[in-house]
Ligand binder design. Structure first.
Ligand SMILES: Nc1nc2c(ncn2[C@@H]2O[C@H](COP(=O)(O)OP(=O)(O)OP(=O)(O)O)[C@@H](O)[C@H]2O)c(=O)[nH]1
Length: 325
């Protein structure tokens, strides 16, 4: 075979490969007129190379992000460097429908794109190539994994019975708020809530009824919170709330409103009416609150005092009478 024949064969093979490869290939001149549009592009756009050749890309594909893409291509022409566009930066450039059955959850094909400067025989950059990779499978897998990790993280931070933060995560919230408070010299108050005579409820109505009472209280707590408040189930029938930017006087308004709401509410369990009350301990960060453990224990002392004073009430921690509490 002569050299000429061999070169012709190679060219023929290359053209065949360009047409059938599972990657989109487009060549444009400086005016964005299409010089090459391979089989992949035809299959996904429904437009044949013959129909589109010589025509302006942006007129033929009106869904393209024209200004943004032109800017990218201008810099490729200017700097003579290739540019890479990831699906994470922009899910797709060409709006091609996704037909893959496994990745049926994605409406459009996710794409990685390379913009490649093409030099003429004289070394000038006269054309640009757009290479389109279908990365729908990778993108969908990655997004599924991310959403599963988010769900796992949420589950690991949530109390199963009440959907409030669990103790560990709530404690992280409290530590963070304490540190923020120390840095900005702000106000913050901690509230501990305990259901009164809960053992009696369990004994009288049974453990499932007790669980329903816990859920009911958690629901009323959630209803009363602001976006920035952080509430958790601290123990069996004990709840804890961090109220950022709140003084103990303001917290007392909050706890009394919540306490009355709980007192006035009823839980129906197997056609029986259960009524409960709660006791609440309040502690604002003050000069003697050395660390978050001290903050927590002062709210606990206030709660103890509320119980001691007869239950169904709020009690504000007072550092000056701490010994007596
Ligand atoms: N149903 C149910 N009961 C729980 C759960 N966790 C803890 N308890 C029960 O809660 C009761 C707590 O009782 P105590 O700590 O003695 O206090 P109390 O009866 O609430 O009385 P005071 O707090 O002094 O008003 C115990 O009987 C625990 O078994 C839970 O998840 N579900």
């Amino acid at each position: 075979m002569s050299n000429d024949q061999s070169a012709m064969n190679e060219l023929h093979w290359l053209i065949d490969m360009v047409q059938t490869i599972e990657v989109g290939l487009v060549v444009l001149d400086k005016n964005y007129n299409i010089q090459l549009w391979n089989g992949f592009m035809e299959n996904h756009s429904g437009i044949s190379p013959n129909a589109i050749k010589g025509k302006n890309l942006f007129e033929q594909q009106p869904d393209l992000p024209a200004e943004w893409l032109k800017q990218k291509m201008e810099s490729v022409f200017l700097l003579k460097n290739r540019t890479f566009i990831s699906w994470e930066q922009r899910p797709y450039v060409f709006k091609f429908k996704n037909y893959r059955p496994i990745t049926g959850r994605a409406d459009y094909m996710y794409q990685n794109i390379t913009l490649l400067p093409l030099a003429s025989l004289t070394g000038q950059i006269t054309h640009i190539s757009i290479i389109v990779y279908d990365v729908t499978d990778v993108a969908v897998n990655k997004m599924q994994l991310k959403s599963m990790n988010q769900q796992l993280e949420e589950v690991s931070q949530t109390d199963g019975l009440t959907q409030l933060h669990n103790r560990r995560h709530w404690q992280e919230c409290m530590d963070r708020e304490f540190e923020r408070n120390q840095r900005y010299q702000d106000q913050a108050t901690l509230v501990m809530i305990d259901i009164d005579h809960f053992k009696t409820i369990n004994d009288k109505f049974g453990h499932p009824a007790g669980d329903k009472v816990i859920q009911h209280i958690a629901h009323l707590i959630k209803q009363s919170l602001r976006e920035t408040d952080c509430a958790g189930r601290y123990g069996g029938e004990e709840f804890a709330i961090v109220l950022p930017k709140t003084t103990s006087a303001d917290a007392l308004f909050f706890t009394e409103r919540l306490r009355k709401k709980i007192e006035q509410s009823e839980i129906i369990f197997e056609n029986r009416i259960i009524k409960v009350t709660v006791s609440l301990g309040i502690s604002e960060i003050g000069s003697s609150t050395e660390n978050s453990s001290v903050w927590l224990s002062s709210a606990d002392k206030a709660l103890y005092q509320a119980k001691k004073n007869g239950r169904n009430q709020s009690y504000v921690y007072d550092a000056t009478t701490d010994d007596k509490a």
